[in-house]
Each structure stands twice: as C-alpha cells, then as structure tokens.
Design a protein around this ligand. Structure first.
Ligand SMILES: NC(=O)C1=CN([C@@H]2O[C@H](COP(=O)(O)OP(=O)(O)OC[C@H]3O[C@@H](n4cnc5c(N)ncnc54)[C@H](O)[C@@H]3O)[C@@H](O)[C@H]2O)C=CC1
Ligand SMILES: O=C(O)C(=O)[C@H](O)COP(=O)(O)O
Length: 374
C-alpha cells in the first residue's frame, strides 16, 4: 500500500505507517508522474486535485485533504472514478477563532477601542463562525450573524442579518465562508467595490477564510482612496503565494494563511483522515491524537479569585499573540517567501492545552476553550 502525503502534514508517519509505506511530497509542486502508483493520497490546501493530477494513476482508492476548505479538490471527478474522498471539517476551527480573538485584542489595544462598544459582524456561521460567535458572546460582545444558507433552512434560533445590512451596521466584520463561485450565494468577491462602499468608513475587516472572498484590488483602492483608514487583518490573500504586496502598508495584521495552523488544528486534520482510512481499509485504529501530541511548554495555571474579563487577553497571550506572525510575515515575505513562512511556522498550542485550576474558574474561560485541571 503506497500512501502519498504532503510533507507539511504533521504526524502523518506516526499515524499511517502501520497501514503502508508513507511517501512525502511537496504539495505545491507535486506532479502526476510522482503520484502514478499511489493507493492513497493525502493533501493540504495547496494541491489542486483534479483529472490532470490523477488521470495517469489507476490504483487510487482514497483522497483526503487535512483541511476544512475543499475548493482545491474536484470532488465530481473523484466520484466519477469511484475514488473515496474525505476532508477534515472543523479540525482547525478553534485555531482560527483564537487567531481572530488575538487580532481583536490587538486592534482594541492599538486603537484604544472598547470592544464592548463595537458591533462585530460574523459572515459565514458554520463550524468556525459559530464557535467565534459563542466566544464573543461569552465575552459579552455584540454580534451580528450573516449566513443566508442557514437562514434559508429556517433554523428557529438562528438570527440572520443580510449581508448589505450587516455591512452598514457592523464596526468590525470577520469572514468565515468557504470560497464558492456558483450557486445562489457565491462568496467570491463578496467584499468588493460595491460592498466596501456600504461599510462604515472606519469599519474594520478581518479575513481568515479564503483570499478570494475579498476583491484584493478593490480593497487596495478603498484603503488608498480615503483619508480615514480602516483597520484590516488579512490571513488569506488572493492568488497565494503571490500576494498583492501593495496592500501590506495598509494592513494592521498580515499573516501567511496560518490562522488554522495550531499544533492541534493541523494534527487533528491528519487524525481525521487516518480514522477515515482505517474505516475504508477495514483496519483497527491504532493511534489516538493524545498519544502522539508533544507535551506543551506550559501545562497548568492557577486562576485567583481576582481574575476578571480584562485579564483574559493576558492569559490568551501566554499561548498566542498574532503580532508574532505579523512580524514574521513582514520580515520574511520578500526574502524567504510565503511558503517558507508556512513551512517553518513556530509551534502554537491551542487554549485547551492550558489546564486551569482555582476555586472558581469563570465560565467564559471554558467557553473560550481553556481546560480544567484534573
Ligand atoms: N485561514 C485559515 O487557516 C483557515 C481558513 N478556513 C476557511 O474557512 C472556511 C469556513 O470554515 P468552516 O466554518 O469550518 O466551514 P463550514 O462549512 O462549517 O461553514 C461555512 C458557513 O459559511 C456559510 N456560507 C456559505 N456561503 C456563504 C455566503 N455567501 N455568505 C454567508 N455565509 C455563507 C455556510 O452556510 C456555512 O454555514 C473554510 O471553507 C475555509 O475556506 C478554514 C480553516 C483554516
Ligand atoms: O483548513 C483549511 O481550510 C485551511 O485553510 C488550512 O488551515 C490551510 O492549511 P494548509 O493546508 O494550506 O497548510
């Protein structure tokens, strides 16, 4: 059994080696010839999986992407060849939410905002968006949600604000849709010249979904045309790895599509594909994530009775501060390149890796994902 896997897939050897020979490849450069004898193909978001990559392979049984997004995989083609497919829904949702929270705390500090005065619009309320809404609500912040697909399903306690109204009302907008080009609600260029013109002049924009959800050229026009600057956080860019670097001076936080790259988030993606493969091959699951994850640098922390909401961001910064990733990006983009930054990403542990003890642990800390000491 030949298992071909992206070289940036943590723990792939550890999980998969009892199922077959694991061969690693460069996901951005892999060719059809390299994959000709693969039985199983495991990719990340940078590999376009379609007929031209797979037509010469006649053995392939399974393709898995260790990511939430799936727009790089031609699923209709895989189905036409009877090749099973799996993605990793929700694997790094917590990681993306921690990225957005860190960005919000940074912006609030930098611009001296009171987040409690702001209305935060969340566009796309699936795994990531709904987790974000839960965290923001736990912190007592005002949230608007836009998800026309969920709205159409008439979920009884889902309160939807249409995109145009949300653009007019929000002080901060965070995007969490998949990238889609077709259907009733395509998300490509959802934020474009027209919708940018509807925003409040100082409405902040956060994009940790896919670069193409924002028309980057229109965003640059918006940012350069006005005397008043809006705050912008971009983790994802159109045409990665070739980003529109003219945007950089106008962007408060710029990162290399790493919002989902926590240790746990990436490893969970590998684990989800491993479990699916075992099922497909009728093999027992031999490994669980907890057996393979490295011990975090910090494990336990005592919370005192004086802990309050203003302390949350200090606690979170013990684990993650988005300014680190912004600094790496600005320093290394032109010298080392976008993919180098991603490949050498320093370990980042999720909130759950820190176990809290104390007589009373505020509920909002558990809602944010911190865990209780045993
Ligand atoms: N920056 C990063 O590192 C990461 C980015 N992502 C991106 O985030 C996206 C969302 O992830 P999940 O929440 O887990 O996906 P999900 O599939 O659970 O939720 C997406 C939600 O967006 C909604 N939606 C679709 N089109 C929309 C539109 N035009 N307007 C408003 N809502 C719309 C859907 O109804 C759905 O509820 C992924 O598809 C992926 O592209 C995911 C993980 C990491
Ligand atoms: O899960 C997704 O969707 C993502 O965007 C991933 O976090 C991106 O990671 P790579 O697959 O590009 O390493």
């Amino acid at each position: 059994m030949k298992i071909y896997a992206d070289e940036n897939m943590p723990l792939v050897q550890a999980f998969f080696q009892h199922l077959g020979e694991v061969v690693l490849f460069d996901g951005r450069k892999v060719t059809a010839t390299e994959l000709a004898d693969a039985d199983i193909l495991l990719v990340r978001s940078v590999t376009t999986v379609n007929a031209s990559l797979l037509d010469t392979n006649t053995k392939l049984r399974f393709v898995g992407t260790a990511t939430i997004g799936t727009e790089h995989v031609d699923q209709a083609y895989l189905a036409s060849r009877n090749i099973a497919f799996a993605s990793a829904p929700g694997c790094n949702a917590q990681s993306v939410v921690e990225y957005v929270l860190s960005s919000l705390w940074y912006l609030a500090e930098h611009y001296q905002w009171q987040l409690s005065d702001k209305t935060i619009g969340v566009v796309g309320v699936g795994n990531i968006g709904s987790l974000l809404v839960r965290c923001l609500t736990a912190l007592g912040l005002k949230v608007l949600q836009c998800d026309p697909l969920r709205h159409e399903e008439a979920e009884s306690n889902f309160f939807h604000t249409d995109f145009n109204s949300l653009c007019q009302q929000a002080d901060i907008i965070s995007f969490h849709t998949p990238l889609t080009q077709e259907g009733k609600w395509p998300s490509r260029h959802l934020l474009n010249a027209r919708s940018l013109a509807r925003l409040k002049p100082d409405c902040a924009i956060i994009n940790a979904s896919r670069g193409g959800v924002i028309d980057n050229a229109a965003l640059l026009d918006d940012l350069t045309a006005k005397a008043q600057r809006r705050a912008v956080v971009l983790d994802v860019w159109e045409n990665e790895p070739d980003v529109l670097s003219a945007l950089l001076p106008y962007v408060d936080i710029a990162t290399a599509h790493i919002a989902g790259h926590s240790v746990e988030g990436k490893a969970r993606g590998t684990q989800m594909l491993y479990q699916r493969c075992c099922e497909l091959l009728g093999q027992p699951v031999q490994w669980q994530l907890q057996q393979l994850l490295a011990q975090p640098a910090m494990e336990k922390l005592q919370i005192s009775a004086n802990f309050g909401l203003p302390d949350v961001q200090n606690l979170a910064r013990l684990l993650y501060d988005v300014r680190r990733d912004d600094a790496i990006f600005r320093h290394a983009l032109s010298v080392k390149g976008f993919d180098w930054i991603r490949k050498t990403y320093p370990p980042r542990r999720e909130f759950s890796s820190l176990q809290l003890s104390g007589k009373v642990i505020p509920d909002y800390l558990l809602q944010l994902g911190f865990s209780l000491a045993q």
